[in-house]
Design a protein around this ligand. Structure first.
Ligand code: NI
Length: 273
């Protein structure tokens, strides 16, 4: 979540001849896989670089847990978006028997296509989600805010936002739960990151207190803070280390999504028993 300038952050993907900033390939591939799963596609808006799309399983509004996974807020952090593609490629819509899934695989297409953090107007698409805050929403943020009621329903049991830290070689996560200490949800995501990377030992990251790789219940004007404040039972913003190989970060994001869903399902099973 570091603030940096216009350095381009672009990596080769495992797809032949395709780089991480090939948003046409990414969007086309995700749409194809989402159609195979039976996701319903809704265009939330377009700020000039292509549509911001919400993909939703057909079982919205059912009694199953409802979760939202997002990525691609910051253009130099592409592994989350590619991780959603890998999650779709390797997974199966059998998951819809257990959970109601919503995906926003990219938010900041301008930034992703250039490998730049911010959007074309230099705005941070992960700030300004509280109207009373000093920071106004970005153009992309305004699109998401316009659909706030729908997103709150989609994320009521949990929200996962996949980010990367451009200058780190270790992983960490911002997590949100009830209670004064990180619980099983926070720890399961941190431990999943730990299967792929060293976990950060820093006690402070971007002026936030961090313990064993978890920055706990830190509320700012980010999308994840807004979703949790709006009723999501749990939330997380995971940070994979951009100094690690790209394909490992993509794979880690894919598996973190699995761990996120597993943690939500374990909670709901415990509540029913
Ligand atoms: Ni970020």
């Amino acid at each position: 979540m570091h603030q940096r300038g216009l350095t381009r952050h672009i990596w080769a993907t495992q797809k032949k001849g395709i780089n991480s900033n090939d948003t046409d390939f990414l969007c086309h591939s995700v749409r194809g896989e989402a159609a195979r799963w039976g996701f319903i596609e809704s265009i939330l808006g377009d700020v000039g670089e292509g549509p911001i799309i919400l993909f939703q399983s057909p079982n919205q509004g059912c009694s199953l847990p409802h979760i939202l996974i997002t990525a691609g807020f910051h253009g130099e952090e592409p592994a989350g978006s590619w991780g959603i593609l890998e999650f779709l490629e390797q997974g199966s819509p059998d998951l819809f028997d257990k959970v109601s899934i919503s995906l926003i695989p990219w938010v900041n297409l301008a930034g992703l296509s250039k490998g730049h953090r911010f959007n074309f107007a230099g705005e941070n698409p992960n700030r300004g989600y509280f109207w009373e805050a000093d920071t106004a929403p970005s153009k992309e943020g305004a699109v998401l805010l316009h659909h706030s009621e729908r997103l709150k329903d989609a994320a009521k049991d949990g929200v996962l936002c996949c980010h990367e830290d451009s200058f780190s070689n270790s992983a960490y996560a911002y997590t949100f739960e009830e209670g004064n200490e990180p619980g099983t949800f926070s720890k399961s995501l941190r431990d999943e990151l730990g299967r792929f990377f060293n976990i950060s030992t820093a006690s402070s990251i971007d002026n936030c207190s961090c313990t064993e790789g978890i920055i706990y219940n830190h509320f700012d004007t980010s999308f994840e803070s807004w979703m949790v404040s709006s009723g999501s039972r749990v939330g997380a913003c995971t940070e994979t280390p951009a100094l690690a190989p790209f394909h490992v970060r993509v794979n880690a994001n894919h598996y973190v999504m699995g761990a996120f869903i597993a943690a939500i399902l374990e909670h709901s099973a415990a509540e029913l028993s």
